[in-house]
Design a binder for this molecule. Structure first.
Ligand SMILES: *[C@@H]1O[C@H](CO)[C@@H](O)[C@H](O)[C@H]1NC(C)=O
Ligand SMILES: *[C@@H]1O[C@H](CO)[C@@H](O)[C@H](O)[C@H]1NC(C)=O
Ligand SMILES: *[C@@H]1O[C@H](CO)[C@@H](O)[C@H](O)[C@H]1NC(C)=O
Ligand SMILES: *[C@@H]1O[C@H](CO)[C@@H](O)[C@H](O)[C@H]1NC(C)=O
Length: 488
């Protein structure tokens, strides 16, 4: 009797796979890869057509390598703001790819079409080549991906465009064994863009036969005229103080230039000459521009040696909560020394801000709600390892929080300073591989019994604010790559 089970399971699995692979077809797939430094943005548009009118779940396939390097994934109907719910299936190691189910807004009637846009961000996917460069040399990188976007559905036509920032492409792979899909050149270049395809009449490609016969890596080698930056570690501590009505944010940042390692010695004279002629070497970081919140004061920036005074801050005036994000204070941050390939620089950046710019008081349940940004993005950089600590006022109780996307770990502890008697509740969130798309807010709510006299300034916008938060969570119950990953 038990002997029959595997057969039945196999058979039913086969039937459901067959049924799902026949529910749609792709009339076209276009993948666009924005070649970058430590972060690569990929947009894939699937023009899908319903064959049965029976399913509202469309399945996307992502190769295992690519999935390992994907830190953000979001699916939308083209032209719409709202992201669609996605659910990653358990990984089957024998297949070598991951399947993500996207729930469409509604079941698509037979022969109706829809454009689905998948946005992903890959991190740590480019490599400097050559691996070392002298101070005045160019910087070039290599990026590798798969030739075909695989799909459980048949595809009428697909192409992949890889776009560099400058039209200085060095080399690219010419694919083999694609005669079945095209009569023309399998790859063409134009300016800063390399195009693979169009390839026609591709069968359902999440099959062992297709992958072993046609799938292949393609590598492009391109000049990249910006430093390849990584934040190897970010520790942000945000301290909420009702006493001074202050929100202090302090970032400890370990910056790493992941470009080609410096060959030979660093010459400050050469660097100054290059800067003077406005031709700084592309792999050397001399300054960073950061967008800090409006309304900040007492900004400080120091490193291991002491205060760094070469930076410029243009502080924007405080703006009300509902307009946060519309204005920024601009910090032009100059490290103490130019950061060359392979070098590190660690520093501390901090500021104070009026608490009422990020907090509100909910009269109905007597709780404060504070909005805390997870990070301040450094343009083009991935944050490989991040820790966010939120320190609440002494005596805060009924602490709750909500996250825009799941953290790898969350702990609730107590932070004790010498002025406190009982210590302050502290929340710690850990993340990996954060990018600009992760620069969102965490909301923390809590009760404080003793500071009733401070409630007034918060009362005004409270009702509005809670509606806003509700709307926000309604929108963000989708992208849960980190969580999925943990579940696997
Ligand atoms: C972070 O990125 C690295 C390199 O891309 C990858 O190996 C690792 O699995 C990622 N970690 C998480 C938690 O996503
Ligand atoms: C869908 O399109 C096919 C081919 O164009 C046609 O044969 C079929 O009748 C259409 N079905 C419906 C329900 O419109
Ligand atoms: C850095 O500057 C701050 C004020 O801007 C000052 O209080 C502090 O003592 C300075 N630290 C050092 C090491 O110079
Ligand atoms: C920079 O930091 C990384 C770890 O983040 C370390 O492996 C590397 O050796 C450091 N480089 C230098 C030049 O100190």
């Amino acid at each position: 009797m038990p002997k029959f089970w595997p057969t039945i399971l196999l058979f039913s699995g086969f039937v459901s796979a067959l049924a799902s692979s026949q529910s749609f077809e792709n009339t076209a797939i276009v993948r666009t890869v924005e070649l970058g430094g430590s972060v690569v943005h990929v947009t894939t548009t699937y023009a899908i057509k319903s064959l049965t009118g029976a399913s509202n779940v469309y399945t996307i396939a992502i190769s295992h390598d690519e999935r390992e390097h994907t830190s953000w994934l979001e699916a939308k109907v083209k032209g719409q703001q709202q992201s669609l719910p996605t659910q990653e299936r358990a990984f089957d190691a024998t297949k070598g790819y991951h399947l993500v189910d996207v729930t469409l807004p509604k079941t698509l009637p037979v022969n109706k079409t829809l454009n689905l846009v998948l946005e992903t961000i890959q991190t740590h996917v480019t490599h400097p080549y050559p691996e070392t460069a002298a101070q005045g040399d160019d910087q070039s990188l290599k990026y590798t991906t798969n030739l075909f976007v695989i799909s459980p559905y048949a595809t009428s036509v697909q192409r992949t465009k890889l776009r560099a920032l400058t039209p200085r492409l060095l080399s690219h792979t010419t694919p083999e064994n694609v005669e079945a899909f095209t009569n023309d050149a399998p790859v063409t270049t134009s300016g800063a863009t390399i195009v693979y395809g169009p390839y026609n009449d591709i069968p359902s490609s999440t099959t062992h036969a297709f992958i072993s016969e046609h799938q292949q890596p393609i590598t492009v080698h391109y000049h990249h005229e910006q430093p390849v930056l990584e934040v190897s570690r970010l520790k942000r501590v945000v301290e909420i103080s009702h006493w001074g009505s202050n929100l202090n944010t302090q970032d400890d940042i370990f910056l790493h230039n992941a470009g080609p390692a410096l060959k030979g010695h660093f010459s400050r004279l050469d660097h100054q000459t290059q800067s003077y002629f406005k031709r700084p070497a592309p792999h050397v970081l001399s300054a960073l521009t950061l967008h800090l919140p409006a309304g900040i004061r007492n900004t400080y920036y120091y490193d291991l040696i002491g205060n760094v005074s070469t930076s410029k801050l243009r502080a924007a005036a405080s703006v009300p909560k509902n307009q946060q994000g519309s204005q920024f204070s601009i910090l032009e941050l100059k490290p103490r020394y130019p950061l060359l390939g392979g070098w590190n620089y660690s520093f501390t950046l901090g500021w104070d801000a009026p608490l009422e710019d990020s907090a509100s008081y909910d009269r109905h349940d007597g709780k404060y709600i504070v909005e805390v940004p997870i990070l301040t993005p450094i343009p083009g950089a991935v944050v490989s390892d991040a820790e966010l600590v939120v320190i609440l006022p002494e005596g805060a109780s009924d602490v709750e929080f909500s996250l825009p996307f799941p953290a790898l770990s969350t702990t609730i502890g107590t932070h004790i300073t010498y002025l406190d008697t009982t210590g302050r509740p502290a929340l710690t969130f850990r993340y990996k591989n954060l990018t600009i798309r992760h620069a969102q807010n965490i909301y923390v709510s809590y009760r404080v019994a003793t500071s009733a006299h401070l409630k007034k300034p918060f009362a005004v916008a409270a009702a509005f604010f809670s509606v806003f938060i509700l709307a926000m969570f309604a929108r963000r119950v989708n992208v849960t790559l980190h969580q999925k990953k943990k579940a696997v």
